[in-house]
Structure formats: C-alpha cells, structure tokens
Write a protein that binds this ligand. Structure first.
Ligand SMILES: [Zn+2]
Length: 316
C-alpha cells in the first residue's frame, strides 16, 4: 500500500491507497495557506503518520504528494507554487524524514493524470491529455503511456496557455491564461462582474454586506441549468475559451482522448455537452474528427489516488 497526499490551496487530503488505486481510508484537513510552509508540512506529517500507523507494520511502502505548482521531480523540490506562495522547498527530503518513508513529489494535475492512466479512463490509451478544472487549471500530457514533463518540468502547465485577453491578470503575472477564463475562480469572477451590471439573474447581488461574495461555481452552474440568463452567459464564456484551449492542444498533439477532471466536472453533462459542441464549432479541418472529450473516472479523488499510484510507479 501507499500513502497518497493531495496538497491543495484550501484542503489537504491524505489517504492509504492500495496497489489498484482503491482508497482504503482517508482524511481531509484545511490547508490554511496563510501559515508558514513548515506548519502546513507538519500537519501533513502528523496525519500521514496516523494513517500509516493504522495499517499493519511495514505494509505502506512509500508516499506520493501532488503539489499545485512546478516540481522538479529529479531533485524532489517544489520549484514554485504560486497558489501557496512556496518556492524552493525540498519537499521530498522533509516529508521523508518526518514519515520515515521514501517520498515522491509531482505536480498535482500530472498526478491526477496518473490516476486515470493507471486505473481510470486513460488506461491503455496511447495519447491522452487530462485537464483538471478547479480553483485553477492543471494538465497532464500522456504520450505512448508516459507522462510528459518536458525539458523544464512545465509541459503540463496548460492552465497558463494564453487564449485571449482578459479583464484581470493571471497569478503568473501575465494576461490571458486559460485558467483566468475557464477555472471555477474565473467563473465566479466573471459572474460577479456581470452581477454588478443590470442583467437579470436569480443569483444574489451585492449589498452593503457584500452578499455576492458568497456565490460559488456550483451555485452558478445550478442557476445556469435552471435557465438563468446571466449564469448561462458566464458558463458560456468558460466554455468558449476552454474549447479554444482544447483545440490548441489538438493542434499540437491530436490526442486520442481529452479527459476533464477536477471540481468543475461535477457540473455533469450540462457542462460537457456545451464543451463538445463548442469544440466542434472551433475545429479547423471540418471533415477530420477531433479527440473524444470525456470526464475522468475519479472526479475530485484523482489527486489523492494518483499520489498513491505515483509513489508505486516511482518506487519500482
Ligand atoms: Zn498564467
């Protein structure tokens, strides 16, 4: 068995994962990211040791951790994690010391791709791309059943593909990145902007106590499904740029399969059908089919399962 750790901007999931990617047990704790990295890492170690201790001695062989940023897997170092404000942290060495296990770190979206590749919808697929749609957008590129890291560990950073010009800048400092159009954060930001205008909507508008700060992606999708025009306008903008991003990926590697995961995949067929339709609209060689677009098998658990399976892969 393996210890999987999914380090997110708001939550940390830690779990025991078996050889086949099944979650044996797991717990989630808040990240409280304003704290020092050392305090957050200490929480991970405490919870990890508790879960490892619940298993028969010697049956957990290694740990894997998915990090929402750029990881140099050859050195076991978090190079840059904008979401958490972490830079140059020797995460593998620190965790390995605290957990008394070999530890392997990777980018969280890459690791979600590994879950789908080892035990989900990308199993046996030659070329596939996974997009994790959540607070940000992450990616995993698989060619010939191998995850592509690129020359400088940034091959998976699909969320920072520039697809247009936007009304606010990306956390990376540039303007127009896919995740500023098509992540859950982007959906909420754009909806708030629309709500400050006069468009008709069932969503709460701001008042002196800033009520509209409370809208989230789920609320917007639910309103859109119920026919709310403003919510649909916001969702359609997400879809428009996501389709451009998907077509850019198709233009470069023409994968067999494009897999969508992350929290936004919970919006279901309503969202997926819109994406497929828009991708057809923006494709270039009209007579040539494009990659199939589907949801992943593991939804939000892909990061946790993938972290366990990544440890298994690397331990080999
Ligand atoms: Zn960016």
């Amino acid at each position: 068995m393996y210890l999987g750790i999914d380090l997110g901007g708001t939550k940390i999931a830690v779990g025991i994962i078996d050889e086949n990617g099944k979650i044996i047990e797991h717990e989630r704790i808040p990240t409280r990211r304003s704290r020092l990295p050392s305090a957050i890492i200490e929480d991970i170690i405490t919870l990890g040791n508790k879960l490892v201790g619940s298993q028969a001695e010697g049956t957990v062989y290694a740990a894997g951790i998915g990090v929402p940023g750029i990881v140099d897997a050859s050195k076991g170092v978090i190079v840059n994690c904008v979401n958490l404000g972490w830079k140059d942290i020797s995460i593998e060495a620190i965790l390995s010391n605290g957990l008394d296990l070999p530890v392997f770190a990777g980018n969280d979206a890459t690791i979600a791709g590994i879950a789908e590749m080892e035990a989900g919808v990308l199993r046996g697929i030659k070329t596939g791309v996974m997009l994790t749609l959540g607070t940000g957008i992450g990616g995993a590129v698989i060619c010939e059943q191998r995850i592509q890291h690129g020359a400088n560990n940034i091959a998976s950073e699909i969320g920072h593909m520039i697809v247009g010009q936007n009304f606010y800048n990306c956390s990376c400092g540039r303007n127009g990145c896919l995740e500023t159009f098509s992540s859950a954060t982007a959906l909420v930001k754009y909806t708030r902007r629309l709500l400050s205008g006069s468009g008709i909507s069932s969503l709460p508008r701001g008042n002196s106590r800033n009520q509209n700060g409370r809208i989230n992606g789920t609320m917007i999708f639910d309103a859109a499904k119920a026919g709310d025009p403003l919510a649909n306008k916001a969702v359609d903008r997400v879809v428009k740029y996501l389709a451009i991003g998907i077509m850019n990926i198709v233009t470069v590697i023409d994968p067999d399969l494009i897999v969508l995961g992350g929290g936004m995949s919970e919006a279901g067929d309503f969202f997926l059908e819109k994406i497929k339709k828009e991708a057809e609209n923006v494709k270039f060689f009209k007579e040539i089919p494009i990659s199939e677009i589907i949801y992943g098998k593991f939804g939000q658990d892909a990061g946790l399962i993938g972290a366990g399976l990544y440890a298994k892969q690397r331990k080999r």
